[in-house]
Design a protein around this ligand. Structure first.
Ligand code: IPM
Ligand code: MG
Length: 366
């Protein structure tokens, strides 16, 4: 069953390898769109360093406006050495934080799944990581990233004092909690909430509220871990985890750790969703300025982010499936970019990988 539909997609290629991996993702979306009678109308805007160079602002108001007026946003990566010495409020990262806040994207879904084809890329033993399939649900618009007061202030003694505030309201915890329980329902029914409630009041409230939500989801097995223990368990025995829910800062850290279980951050997509309005879909990896413009980047996380966009943002699961299948097939055929290269495989550049995907999509056409 196909339904013809048109979607307006905002592309935010950003910095570094962003533009080249975006080109591949757009080609893949167009190809799958043609096959399944889906039309994409792409509009491009600047964010991060590219926007700073252009306007002095990492998130120009026009960019936020274009994003608001779209069905979904496909972001690549931001940042680079060039902008590293700017004052913190003018750094490319502020563009990303402003986008999350501006679109109300409180729920960040970060899957970390071991692909059998790449199992040797992991630095952990095969028997530890084989079969790992984790979803980190990270709260994205609250916690210490946004809490007030924040800043660097002079003290009476004349030294400076840096302050950030980790704060969550009940409603902020409840809404991310619900997303997490519902996510676990679509997976293997296990939810682990991560906090630091042995020390932090904000975490005590977090644990209380998550616990109070549990009776509404009798099919979900809920557990709690302190964040230090969770970090340890993630590298000790990652297969115990299905869905993890946690606050902004802990989620930032644990999602990187979970990502590296797979051995290749270049393969991982993510989705950031709000209560309504467009979601933002982006790879977990950064802008890799060291290889930018050299046709060496791995476009697969960007392509898988486009698949997440179809699945979670546009509700087109068949198109998402097809893209994910094409990615599996290029890996099965032994095609690799430099970051995931191993002996006996065929090394491709960013564009070459894009072409291989298009060939596989053509083959998948039924
Ligand atoms: C991430 C990144 C960002 C974050 C930075 C670039 C602001 O590390 O998306 O995980 O800390 O959220
Ligand atoms: Mg991070």
């Amino acid at each position: 069953m196909t339904q013809s539909q048109k979607y307006r997609i905002t592309l935010l290629p950003g910095d570094g390898i962003g533009p080249e991996i975006t080109t591949v993702a757009v080609d893949v979306l167009k190809a799958v769109g043609q096959q399944l009678d889906i039309t994409f109308e792409f509009q491009k805007a600047k964010i991060g360093g590219a926007a700073i160079d252009d306007t002095g602002d990492p998130l120009p108001p026009a960019t936020l406006e274009i994003c608001r007026n779209s069905d979904a946003v496909l972001l690549a990566a931001i940042g680079g050495w060039k902008w590293d010495n700017l004052p913190s409020q003018q750094r490319p990262e502020q563009g990303l934080l402003g986008l999350r806040a501006g679109l109300g994207l409180f729920a960040n879904l970060r899957p970390a799944k071991i692909l059998p084809q790449l199992i040797d890329s992991s630095t952990l033993k095969k028997e530890v990581v084989e079969g790992v399939d984790i979803m980190v649900v990270r709260e994205l618009t609250g916690g210490i990233y946004f809490g007030q007061p924040k800043g660097i202030f002079p003290t009476e003694s004349g030294e400076k004092r840096g302050v950030n505030t980790m704060a969550y309201t009940e409603s902020e915890i409840d809404r991310i909690g619900k997303v997490a329980f519902e996510t676990a329902q679509k997976r293997r029914g296990k939810l682990c909430s991560v906090d630091k409630s042995n020390v932090l009041e904000v975490s005590q409230l977090w644990r209380d509220r998550i616990t109070q939500l549990a009776p509404e989801y009798p099919d979900i097995e809920l557990s709690h871990l302190y964040v230090d223990n969770a970090a340890m368990q993630l590298v000790r025995a990652p297969k115990q985890f299905d869905t993890i829910v946690t606050g902004n800062l802990f989620g930032d850290i644990l999602s990187d750790a979970a990502a590296m279980l797979t051995g290749s951050i270049g393969m991982l997509p993510s989705a950031s969703l709000g209560a309504s309005g467009p979601g933002v879909f982006e790879p977990v990896h950064g802008s890799a300025p060291d290889i930018a413009g050299q046709d060496k980047a791995n476009p697969l996380a960007q392509v898988l982010s486009a698949a997440m966009m179809l699945r979670y943002g546009l509700d087109r699961p068949l198109a998402a499936d097809r893209i994910e299948q094409a990615v599996m097939q290029v890996l099965d055929k032994g095609y690799r970019t430099g970051d995931i290269m191993s002996e006996g495989m065929t090394l491709l550049g960013c564009r070459g990988m894009g072409d291989a995907l298009l060939t596989e999509l053509e083959n998948l056409k039924s």
